[in-house]
Design a protein around this ligand. Structure first.
Ligand SMILES: CC(C)(COP(=O)(O)OP(=O)(O)OC[C@H]1O[C@@H](n2cnc3c(N)ncnc32)[C@H](O)[C@@H]1OP(=O)(O)O)[C@@H](O)C(=O)NCCC(=O)NCCS
Length: 263
C-alpha cells in the first residue's frame, strides 16, 4: 500500500505543466467549481511535475508547512523525495495499464489517481485519491500493487482486489462533498475491472484513532470487514520541529459495489 503520508517518506522544477485529463464528474454539486479528473503520469522521472505537486499537497495538508532550514524542513526533503518517487511509479504503472476505447473513454485499467481542482481558483489542487487493483495478501494482511513483484501473484493466499489509499482533501474545503466525489470516481473506475479482480468490493484501511475518516467512510457505505481484527502499522507524526514514526492499529473497511444491470 502506498499510504504515502504514513510510511517512510521524501526535486526540481517542472519541465511541463501539471496536466490531467478525462473528467469523471463535472457537476458542480456541493463543491461548486470543483472538477474531478484522472491525473496523467509524469513523462520525466527527473522532473515529475504531477507527483511533485501531489506530494507537496499531501504533506502540507497533513503536516503543515515547515520553516525553511528547520530540522522538520530537512526531514521533509527526504520524506518528500520518497513519496514523489512512489507516486511517480504508481502514475506510470496506471498509465501503462490504461486502455481507452474509440471514444477516449476508459475501457480497462489497473488504477488511477483522481484529483479535485478548484476551477474558480486557477485550478488549485484541493484533494486527491488513489485507487489501484492491488494484491491482497490475507496472511501478511498487506495490500500491494502488482507492479514490482510478479512472484507475489503466484501465492495462494493472494488475490487482486480494488484498494483505495491516500485520500486527502484540503482542510479549507472539507465538508463540501469533495471527498465523496473522489470516492465516486473510484467506484466508477472499479466498475471497469470486475473481470480482473477477485471481488467487486472495494477495500481500504483506516487508523482506528482517525474518527473523521471512519465517519466519512461509513457515510460512503463502507463497513469494517467481517471477522477482521485490527492490524498493527506505523504512521508518520509531526511533533513541532521534527517527524517521528508512531505505532498505530488499522482496521480493514470494505464496500460492496452494486452490480450494474447493463451488460
Ligand atoms: C476524510 C476526508 C477525505 C473527507 O473529505 P470531505 O471532502 O470533507 O468529505 P465530504 O464533504 O465529502 O463528506 C461526506 C460525508 O462524510 C461524513 N463526514 C465527513 N467529514 C466528517 C467529519 N469531520 N465528521 C463526521 N462525519 C464526516 C459526513 O457524513 C459527510 O456528509 P455531510 O457533510 O453531508 O454530513 C477529509 O476529512 C480528510 O482529508 N481528512 C484527512 C485525511 C484522512 O484522514 N484521509 C483518510 C485516510 S484513511
Amino acid at each position: 500500500m502506498l499510504t504515502v503520508a504514513l510510511i517512510i517518506f521524501a526535486w526540481l522544477e517542472p519541465l511541463h505543466a501539471f496536466s490531467s485529463t478525462e473528467i469523471t464528474s463535472s457537476s458542480p454539486a456541493a463543491g461548486t467549481g470543483i472538477r474531478i479528473r484522472r491525473l496523467e503520469a509524469d513523462t520525466n522521472f527527473l522532473f515529475p511535475t504531477n507527483a511533485k505537486r501531489l506530494t507537496e499537497f499531501l504533506m502540507d495538508v497533513t503536516y503543515g508547512e515547515c520553516r525553511p532550514f528547520s530540522s522538520a524542513w530537512a526531514q521533509r526533503a527526504v520524506i518528500d523525495a520518497t513519496a514523489r518517487s512512489e507516486l511517480y511509479s504508481r502514475l506510470a504503472y496506471y498509465q501503462k495499464e490504461l486502455i481507452l476505447d474509440e471514444n477516449g473513454a476508459v475501457s480497462s485499467g489497473s488504477g488511477a489517481i483522481f484529483i479535485a481542482e478548484d476551477e474558480e481558483n486557477n485550478c488549485e489542487l484541493v484533494g486527491f485519491v488513489d485507487i489501484g487493483a492491488s494484491l491482497w495478501d490475507s496472511k501478511q494482511r498487506m495490500f500491494q500493487l502488482p507492479m514490482n513483484d510478479d512472484n507475489l501473484k503466484r501465492r495462494a493466499s493472494i488475490e487482486l482486489v480494488p484498494y483505495v489509499s491516500n485520500l486527502v482533501v484540503d482542510t479549507r474545503v472539507r465538508r463540501r462533498g469533495i471527498g465523496k466525489r473522489l470516492m465516486e470516481a473510484c467506484d466508477a473506475e472499479v466498475t471497469g475491472w470486475r473481470t480482473k479482480c477477485a471481488t467487486n468490493s472495494i477495500s481500504l484501511e483506516v487508523t482506528l484513532t482517525n474518527q473523521v475518516a471512519l465517519d466519512f467512510y461509513r457515510a460512503m457505505g463502507y463497513v469494517i470487514a467481517k471477522g477482521s481484527s485490527s492490524t498493527p502499522g506505523t504512521e508518520m507524526k509531526r511533533e513541532g520541529d521534527s517527524f517521528r514514526m508512531e505505532d498505530v492499529q488499522r482496521c480493514l473497511m470494505q464496500k460492496e459495489l452494486m452490480q450494474s444491470s447493463s451488460p
